[in-house]
Design a protein around this ligand. Structure first.
Ligand SMILES: Cc1cc2nc3c(=O)[nH]c(=O)nc-3n(C[C@H](O)[C@H](O)[C@H](O)COP(=O)(O)OP(=O)(O)OC[C@H]3O[C@@H](n4cnc5c(N)ncnc54)[C@H](O)[C@@H]3O)c2cc1C
Length: 425
């Protein structure tokens, strides 16, 4: 069978690998020159690093299966990665049960409730009824007003910006469940995502998958209700038996052929949040924490990710810090210039650690994407379009279909492998 894949992020690359292994003829079409999509890397002043931070959980079995397939498992590393909380001008450890008990920002009884709640979320499996609940009142009811205000509101703002009070309880439950199951152990691939992408690139070339970079698909072609190929600007049409789309659903809706307007409208109901992610290369560490939540009105962000506290990159003598701003793409914050984003973030970081001076700033970089994450409001299950498109032969992969799970590389890989298994159906 001949299969055309739209998009060469982790989903498209994994689908290509699995389809080829199953004996299909595969062509992969990518809009950019680079492979990787959201996991693509850039040259940060001499080191290849991701535009957007990534960590692994011990439950990320899809990622482990891909590493095994590429013979990269020996490069996986896991360790206890500390979490901190910068609250109202002071740094706190926020990692062990004792840290939580000692945290002064919320009443003692609510600290206990918070700990018990995390334990319950870890063992809970049923979630469908949580889809009907909004996270904010659910969390206030379970934890108390102050615990929500101080801890959960900034965390939800960190991920969903102005949409934070619309998110479903099911999404929040799974997020706690995933992290709690890891018991503080987080992971990375030694050599970074570059190693994974190089492995995939080499393997796909060896296997005979044709990768067409800088060739965005402009339309899916159909004949008699079945996909027949793909159209591009400035290239000949491509003919195939199946199409796998790995682009965001609102991008896919514009690629559908005439006659599928109703389904396109369903796809357009899904909203995505954008992210502006500022990365810094520093002479000194900001903190000892990998994940450092922030609740301080004088600081414009809700958290930082000090990547080198997870992956120490021992051969290098610097520290990498990411500052993400999850915001709608029509906001001033999304549109701010790179210089403004760097300046504001750097001032915030210096406030968190006054020992840092401008001399410690070696380099900075700003990355943006309008499709950081599908927004999962209350009742998301009913909003989700059918992942089997009414157009025969078209398969969809998107983080929407991972719900209530967060969008992880691992989730995408598992879905990609599953899609390849069922492509002939
Ligand atoms: C800030 C941030 C932090 C994250 N942190 C983590 C983490 O810690 N752990 C984790 O597991 N995951 C994390 N993720 C999520 C993870 O990066 C994504 O879920 C995953 O990379 C999505 O892969 P994908 O292939 O589905 O989509 P994408 O990576 O978006 O790939 C889709 C590709 O399709 C291309 N494309 C678009 N339109 C067309 C077209 N018309 N024709 C051809 N190609 C097209 C795009 O250019 C893109 O390259 C994070 C994401 C972000 C943004």
């Amino acid at each position: 069978m001949r299969v055309g894949i739209i998009g060469a992020g982790i989903a498209g690359l994994s689908t290509a690998l699995a389809l080829r292994k199953a004996g299909h003829e595969v062509d992969l079409f990518q809009r950019e020159a680079d492979l990787g999509g959201l996991i693509a890397t850039f040259d940060f002043d001499g080191i290849d690093i991701e535009h957007f931070y990534h960590f692994l959980c011990t439950t990320d079995i899809g990622y482990f299966r891909l590493c095994q397939e590429l013979r990269l498992s020996e490069h996986l590393r896991f360790k206890k990665a500390s979490t901190g909380f910068y609250y109202a001008g002071k740094p706190y450890n926020f990692f062990t049960p004792l840290d939580l008990l000692l945290f002064p920002g919320i009443p003692f009884a609510q600290r206990i409730r918070l700990g018990l709640f995390a334990l319950e979320a870890r063992s809970r499996k049923e979630w469908v009824q949580l889809d009907e609940l909004t996270a904010k009142p659910w969390l206030i009811d379970r934890l108390g007003e102050q615990a929500y205000k101080v801890i959960w509101e900034p965390l939800l703002e960190l991920k969903f910006g102005d949409f934070h009070d619309k998110i479903s309880a099911a999404w929040v439950w799974h997020r706690i469940h995933r992290v709690a199951k890891c018991k503080g152990r987080m992971g990375y691939l030694n050599g970074g995502t570059k190693r994974l992408l190089d492995g995939l690139r080499e393997r796909l070339a060896e296997d005979g998958v044709r990768v067409h970079a800088e060739q965005p698909v402009t339309q899916i072609l159909a004949e008699d209700g079945h996909v027949s190929g793909l159209r591009f600007d400035g290239h000949e049409n491509y003919h195939c038996d199946r199409v796998v789309s790995t682009v965001p659903l609102t991008v896919l809706s514009k690629l559908l052929p005439a006659g599928y307007e109703e389904y396109a409208a369903q796809l357009d109901r899904i909203d995505y949040i954008g992210v502006v992610c500022v990365s810094f290369k520093l002479k000194k560490a900001v903190s000892k924490h990998f994940w450092y939540n922030v609740h301080d009105e004088r600081i414009p962000f809700n958290g930082i990710i000090e990547y080198t506290n997870l992956n120490p990159m021992e051969e290098h003598d610097f520290h990498i810090v990411y500052v993400p701003y999850y915001v709608a793409t029509d906001t001033a914050r999304y549109k701010m210039t790179d210089d403004e984003a760097v300046k504001e973030s750097w001032e915030g970081i210096k406030r968190m650690n006054p020992k840092l001076t401008d001399d410690d700033l070696l380099a900075s970089h700003v990355a943006r994407t309008p499709y950081a994450q599908a927004i999962c409001p209350t009742g998301f299950l009913k909003m989700m379009p059918d992942h089997k498109a009414p157009l025969e032969g078209l398969r969809l992969l998107d983080s929407t279909f991972l719900y209530p799970e967060d969008r992880t590389q691992s989730g995408h890989i598992l879905k990609a492998f599953e899609c390849a298994k069922h492509i002939e159906e």
